[in-house]
Design a protein around this ligand. Structure first.
Ligand SMILES: Nc1ncnc2c1ncn2[C@@H]1O[C@H](COP(=O)(O)OP(=O)(O)OP(=O)(O)O)[C@@H](O)[C@H]1O
Length: 391
């Protein structure tokens, strides 16, 4: 979800543009704006922010919220749309379980962090190597199927942190036949942004190479033909090459990577991806890192945050560490298109299987009561306006 400042900046821009009209002082310069979103999903990401920073960055903490009229969608189309979901009662129960998870209604009474029990039908409990178990469950017969587009398109392993995701991707790549190719980044610091500080001169290339953060490709990217990848930048929106687009590698050249689109618009098109200079949008370091690398990540596994917006037939949720922020568990569970497509592997620090994990729901964000009052106030205002117009 975008930070409330994005909406507020848009509001101010439209007010400026419309300042010559009668509506110049109204929200968004009097224009009707439609937002789509779900407060059960992940809230704005605030680096090093605490719970109140996150809640305060959400649109319903903005001065704009009192002018919003909330309409609610009631059907889970992702589940309804799948012909394999024939049992209506089971589907309703599963859909309700996901919603209850998102609303924080499952588990004992809590202040936002609840320990919840996962039903046995979703759990993988019998394993020696947990990474191998989640890979075998999500990508069965990988060695025979690793080049098939529809096989790769419809499945992913989800985890809460980048280091776990990297571990799984490295493991899957080691199973796939072929030598592959490694691409290293060129890393530097943006000197125009650095306040004169001798400490920054001590930052060696090796140190810069070791830095990792979400939304930035790794220093070292290993790829093989047939590897599924995800774009990390908008390259060409008309061509469907956006942040989050999934592709399959078809050729590994020195200066470009050729890949076939397998999600969204222009599915099936083959395109070439060049290296780009990138910086994290919100730098977690006191300097701005510039990384010249291909704007991609391997996507056999991806973080839950990165999976937002995806619809998948098979989801393997791997939780060696529980989720840590509002809505992550709900996002992970709600990516799946059928109950049978969801498998969850949870273990403790010693690798022992578990059937419980943590669900995080900041209940102060789910303000239906307030929304209802606002909705009533909006309706009242609209009725008053209508009356004035009629007179
Ligand atoms: N009216 C509809 N009829 C049939 N299928 C639909 C309809 N609306 C959505 N779907 C299907 O449901 C799935 C989810 O749709 P979409 O990604 O637009 O929802 P979303 O609200 O953005 O989801 P999320 O925010 O959870 O990622 C897609 O597979 C889409 O094809």
């Amino acid at each position: 979800m975008a930070h409330k400042f994005c909406f507020e900046a848009f509001d101010k821009t439209l007010k400026d543009i419309m300042s010559n009209s009668n509506n110049g002082n109204s929200s968004f310069g009097g224009k009707v704006i439609v937002f789509g979103g779900d407060f059960r999903q992940i809230l704005p990401v605030i680096p090093r922010g605490n719970r109140s920073d996150i809640v305060n960055a959400t649109i319903n903490a903005s001065y704009l919220w009192q002018h919003c009229h909330m309409l609610t969608l009631t059907k889970n189309m992702r589940l309804q749309n799948n012909p394999s979901n024939s049992n209506a009662e089971e589907l309703r129960e599963f859909s309700q379980w996901i919603l209850d998870m998102g609303d924080g209604k499952i588990g004992e009474s809590n202040d936002g962090y609840a320990t919840i029990r996962i039903p046995n039908s979703f759990l993988i409990m019998d394993f020696h190597d947990p990474i191998d178990a989640i890979v075998q469950s999500t990508y069965p017969n990988l060695v025979q199927q690793y080049t098939k587009e529809d096989f790769l398109q419809s499945r992913a392993i989800l985890a809460s942190t980048i280091d776990v995701v990297d571990q799984i991707n490295d493991y899957v790549l080691s199973l796939v036949p072929g030598d592959g190719k490694e691409y290293l980044s060129f890393d530097s610091i943006d000197e125009t942004e650095v306040v004169e500080n001798p400490a920054f001169e001590a930052l060696t290339p090796e140190f810069l190479n070791s830095l990792r953060t979400s939304g930035l490709p790794n220093h070292r990217i290993k790829l093989k033909i047939g590897t599924p990848i995800m774009l990390l930048r908008n390259i060409d929106q008309l061509e469907g090459l956006c942040n989050g687009t999934r592709l399959i590698v078809t050729r590994l050249a020195n200066h470009v990577i050729e890949a076939k689109i397998i999600s969204g618009k222009n599915n099936g098109n083959v395109i070439c991806i060049p290296r780009m200079s990138m910086s994290p949008s919100q730098s977690p370091w006191p300097f701005k890192l510039i990384r010249r690398q291909f704007p991609i990540i391997v996507s056999y596994a991806m973080t839950i945050n990165k999976s937002q917006g995806q619809s998948l037939a098979n989801v393997g949720l791997y939780l060696p560490k529980p989720v840590f922020s509002h809505g992550q568990l709900y996002v992970a569970l709600s990516r799946v298109q059928s109950k049978e497509g969801l498998k969850i592997l949870i273990h403790d620090n010693e690798g022992r299987p578990s059937n419980t994990t943590t669900n995080v729901v900041f209940k102060e964000i789910r303000t239906e009561a307030t929304n209802l009052k606002i909705q009533q106030a909006t309706m009242q205002r609209l009725e008053e306006k209508n009356k004035q117009l009629e007179q």
